[in-house]
Design a protein around this ligand. Structure first.
Ligand code: PGA
Length: 229
């Protein structure tokens, strides 16, 4: 790796996988990590798993000694208490390092507004969780406490058509300047084939693949290609 910057590859499983699928995925990934010659010292690999699997993900990563961090895909905007059905920062922090906030699917299907997202950022930080805040374009408002952002244009998510690395880099550069954000990932149809073109961009610090991260083989291929970019 020649960039001298730390690269983050963050897989977002979304609402997928049975417990058996999770066990198989980690078993396969662990085998591939051991087989590979990847230098993980300049890489941070994060897996955003459904809440239900945070605990087993932590246990397996520990048991297999995998160089992976864990992320949650959401967080309650409220602290622990009488909020039936919610998963709070206090719970998540036992297992995860990161929390995904503001994904366009949360905004679209669950009505999450800028106000709610602001509260989620505050709950994350109160519980020593680092928010990975998703923005859809340059105009998306970013809470001032946020240092880590993923730029994910809605039209590129799950469509098979990624944004151009040049445009993603332009957006990353602009939001770093405007909001003082420190790290920016690109997400939206990232594949093992196109990952290097994003990693090569000066203002991008990694990628957030969704669909590809569900498949252990493809996810490892993507990591391998990113490590050689
Ligand atoms: P995709 O999803 O890689 O399947 O396009 C990215 C995301 O929504 O985080």
């Amino acid at each position: 790796m020649t960039h001298g910057k730390k690269i983050t590859i963050a897989g977002n499983w979304k609402s997928n996988k049975s417990e058996q699928d999770v066990l198989d995925w980690f078993k396969q990934t662990s085998f591939l990590v051991k087989e590979s010659e990847i230098d993980f010292s300049q890489l941070e690999i994060v897996v955003f798993v459904p809440f239900l699997y945070l605990s087993i993900a932590k246990k397996i990563i520990g048991d297999f000694n995998l160089p992976f961090s864990i992320g949650a895909q959401s967080i309650s905007p409220y602290p622990s208490g009488a909020y039936t059905g919610e998963i709070t920062g206090e719970m998540i922090t036992q297992y995860a390092k990161y929390v995904l906030i503001g994904h366009s699917e949360r905004r679209k299907f669950f009505g999450e507004t800028d106000d709610i997202l602001q509260k989620k950022v505050e709950e994350s930080l109160k519980n020593r969780l680092e928010p990975l805040y998703c923005i859809q374009n340059e105009e998306t408002i970013i809470p001032k406490e946020v240092e880590f952002v993923a730029y994910e244009p809605i039209w590129a998510i799950g469509s098979g058509t990624a944004d151009s690395p040049e445009n993603a880099d332009k957006v990353a550069e602009a939001i770093k300047r405007k909001w003082g954000v420190k790290r920016v990932l690109y997400g939206g149809s990232v594949t093992p084939q196109n990952v290097a073109s994003f990693i090569d961009m000066p203002s991008l610090d990694g990628v957030l693949p969704g669909k590809i991260s569900l498949d252990a083989q493809l996810f490892m291929e993507l990591i391998q290609n990113a490590s050689q970019a």
